[in-house]
Design a protein around this ligand. Structure first.
Ligand SMILES: NC(=O)c1ccc[n+]([C@@H]2O[C@H](COP(=O)([O-])OP(=O)(O)OC[C@H]3O[C@@H](n4cnc5c(N)ncnc54)[C@H](OP(=O)(O)O)[C@@H]3O)[C@@H](O)[C@H]2O)c1
Length: 331
């Protein structure tokens, strides 16, 4: 099997270090690995698969010869350096929001739309964490019953804000003042993720709306979202209200979820079996449960999905994209 020259940009970060973990777990075919971080970390050493790697800083020409680069160093770094990598012929898989809505860049969840890569630029965008775990259960519903309307409410873990979010939960749990979130995250849920826009929605909420439409190929789908930060260390939850085009039975819905690659059905509330963060942590599945009819409209369905936002919501999805592209002979 061919091996690839791979780079990780942002290798010291929460997502970046999980890239390294997942690459190893997936036995990714690497012939040469280059690790990048900011100037602050350049020269420090990171370990991968029993070998030490000196962290590099980004500079002109640094992507020459690299075949696949996994980026997770924030939007500004991606905007500037993904283009530099693209010029060197590198395939970029980017975790920031910089390229997601660029029309000739593919936005991929590999179980759903790997083919979006075919006629696109070689900068592939990894979707927003909450969006990935939401579109995975929406896809089989779209195929079997048609989607009319989707309403999301999220319960997002502090790891979604990177190391700064994790530190603020730990700090406030010890009784210290918050330094990152506007309120004490150890004591309250905060209905504010990313900045507010003119229409009252946050950018995170609009990411969920726009990215859902792009991934499912439904530009006119009615979607709205409310995104909430909660005092949970890791793994996001999303409550979804979906209005379907066709009539359905709950048995048919359960079967559709069970047959979808990437979903684990956990739906036996009488025996206290429903998705929770501790079940998802460290895994790459989307756990779906609390499936029931919406009492407020015809053909309405409610369910709840939980997934590890750093793994399936970021690093694992990106590595799965690269692996699936290799297996499909697309790179
Ligand atoms: N956390 C999540 O759930 C999640 C999910 C999906 C996507 N993402 C996205 O992934 C990206 C990283 O998130 P994170 O949570 O891993 O953040 P993080 O823990 O704060 O890590 C940021 C990483 O970027 C590096 N970096 C910062 N400035 C740089 C520069 N100028 N040049 C090169 N590297 C630079 C940092 O290196 P130093 O250590 O040297 O500072 C570090 O490795 C963000 O775009 C975020 O939106 C995060």
């Amino acid at each position: 099997m061919k091996k690839y020259k791979v780079a990780v940009v942002g290798a010291t970060g929460l997502v970046g270090s999980t890239f390294l973990k997942v690459l190893k777990e997936y036995d990714f075919p690497i012939s040469e690995l280059t690790l990048f971080a900011s100037e602050r970390s350049a020269g420090k050493v990171l370990e991968y698969n029993g070998k030490e790697y000196v962290l590099q800083k980004l500079e002109k020409g640094c992507f020459e010869g690299i075949e696949i680069a996994l980026f997770s160093a924030g939007g500004k770094v991606s905007e500037e350096w993904a283009v530099e990598a693209e010029k060197s012929g590198t395939i970029v898989i980017d975790n920031s929001s910089a390229w997601r809505m660029v029309s000739d860049c593919a936005l991929i969840v590999p179980e759903i739309n790997l083919n979006a890569f075919d006629n696109a630029r070689k900068i592939v965008a990894n979707p927003n964490c909450s969006t990935i775990q939401s579109v995975l259960p929406l896809k089989p519903l779209q195929e079997k019953f048609g989607l009319k309307r989707v309403v999301y409410t999220t319960y997002q873990a502090v790891s979604g804000s990177g190391q700064k979010g994790k530190n603020d939960l730990e700090r406030t749990l010890k009784g210290e003042e918050p330094q990152f979130y506007p309120y004490n995250i150890s004591k309250t849920c905060i209905p504010h993720i990313d900045s507010f826009t003119d229409n009252g929605y946050t950018k995170e909420e609009l990411k969920m709306v726009n990215e859902t439409r792009k991934i499912l190929g439904l530009p006119d789908l009615k979607v709205s979202a409310t995104c909430v930060r909660v005092p949970v260390a890791n793994s996001h939850a999303v409550s979804m209200m979906v209005e379907l085009e066709k009539e359905f039975t709950l048995e048919e819905v359960r079967k559709a979820f069970e047959e979808q690659d990437g979903i684990v059905l956990v739906d036996d509330p009488q025996n206290l079996k429903y998705p929770v963060a501790t079940m998802a942590n460290g895994t790459d599945a989307v756990y779906v449960g609390r499936i029931r009819r919406d009492l407020s409209c015809d053909n309405g369905l409610l369910f709840y999905a939980v997934s590890d936002n750093i793994r399936k919501g970021a690093a694992a999805n990106a590595v799965q994209i690269a692996k699936a592209l290799i297996e499909a002979d697309k790179i």
